[in-house]
Design a protein around this ligand. Sequence first.
Ligand SMILES: [Ca+2]
Ligand SMILES: [Ca+2]
Ligand SMILES: [Ca+2]
Length: 477
Amino acid sequence: MRKMKHKKLAALTLAALMALMPMSVLAEETSVASDPAAAEKVLTEAQIDLKQLEVDSLTEADLQEQTQVAAPSRLEAIPQAADLQVAELGAEKPMTFSKASAPAASADGIYLTDSFYLTETGDSELFYPLLLEDGHVLHVQVDMPDNAQLDYDVYLFEVDANLDLTMVDYSEYSTYINGTNGTLSEAVGAKNASGVAKEYAVLVQSYNGGSINQPFTIHIAIYPMLDNLEVDENADFARAITMATDRNTPVTSRAIDTVIDNDWFILDSSGSPIDQVEVTLDSVSVAAGYKVEVYTRSSSNQMIRVPISNNKFRISGGTYYIRVSSAVTTVTGQNYTLNLIPHYDADQVIITEILGGFDVTYPEGTRYRVEDSVTVKGVVGGNGFLLPNAQVTVTAENDAWTNPSYRYSTATVTTDSNGAFTAIVNLAPSYASRSYYLYGAIDFIHYYDIGWLYAESGSGFAGYYPLYIFAYSIYVG
Ligand SMILES: [Ca+2]
Ligand SMILES: [Ca+2]
Ligand SMILES: [Ca+2]
């Protein structure tokens, strides 16, 4: 094993020598080293064809209703629920709530909530009457017991003067416990734009199981309607979003109408080149307590929460359901912005500039010569777009070393909002494995290694750019 040469031996650096040399010698030297003042290496061969993401809001018209919505399938399964009439269900008893009060900031609305029990399969509770004035929206949410063995569903009926019931909405998820979040709440709603007041009734019925100690909690809210795309309280009535691949497509046309509003969006990711979707609400909505969640749906109608990390979720060709909910906040009547930003995994790295050295010509050819460090600038792309916040590792590899800690000198940095990065790689010492005798009026010997520079991000790779890694120069005489 050869002993590593110390920099101390290089008492006369190239720059010092050049300062001492007469002009004729300097002329010799410039054939070896180009002018250090023009040290930056701009890689003109790097053609950057990466774009920035644009922004283009989706309008109400862009949010299409689902064309195929399954009919409720469970209600017929319970004999006493067929051919419903209010009287048959004993709804003549007055609707009572222990917490019948409007939240502080909702003087223009009604909010009722309480907890009730269903004790066996087929057991039900009817909530009636709910009077909905013209221009108002009714939202009902039922929070399920945290129990995988219980499955309750919710149905909403319009009630006519003869107390006949017409179903107007239903919510029939299968129970799926999403960790500490429990199973997704069932939710239904109705809006009244008929010009006259209408009556409604809500039926909560056990599809499976019952409990004398685990209640369900019902929330009922009636408020003036602001959001033209109401009602869309559960995934069956989600609005379809077509997400652009080259821009942020914020939804700005929706509002939280009541303290328990649920707005649903459906995202079909089949055939999409997008790797991850960033989903966020505007800061005012976040401060108001509005939240956004993402679900997939199983073939048995279970709603399975999708993990969101750094506001992003990974898509893989399936159908995703995005829920914006107010989660019993007191702030209503407020528009929100739902941002949907496509993200791509890094598949391209372009080195645009190399700094910290200069080109020299030794027997191995002309290479960029660096000594203590090298600075690399570049950009990272994914699917043709500049990638912000992408991690890049730049490596200077020294062919002379076998020990990896000397062979590979790396710097890992993150791209800025424009997808650009600057990495400063501090180099391990040169092995001084090669030498070149420079003849002239004064002779000297340069010691150096050869190496390579490259950059990696995701599946993107840029390199190998040839380097000389300078050790020192010896004055011969
Ligand atoms: Ca259910
Ligand atoms: Ca809404
Ligand atoms: Ca809604």
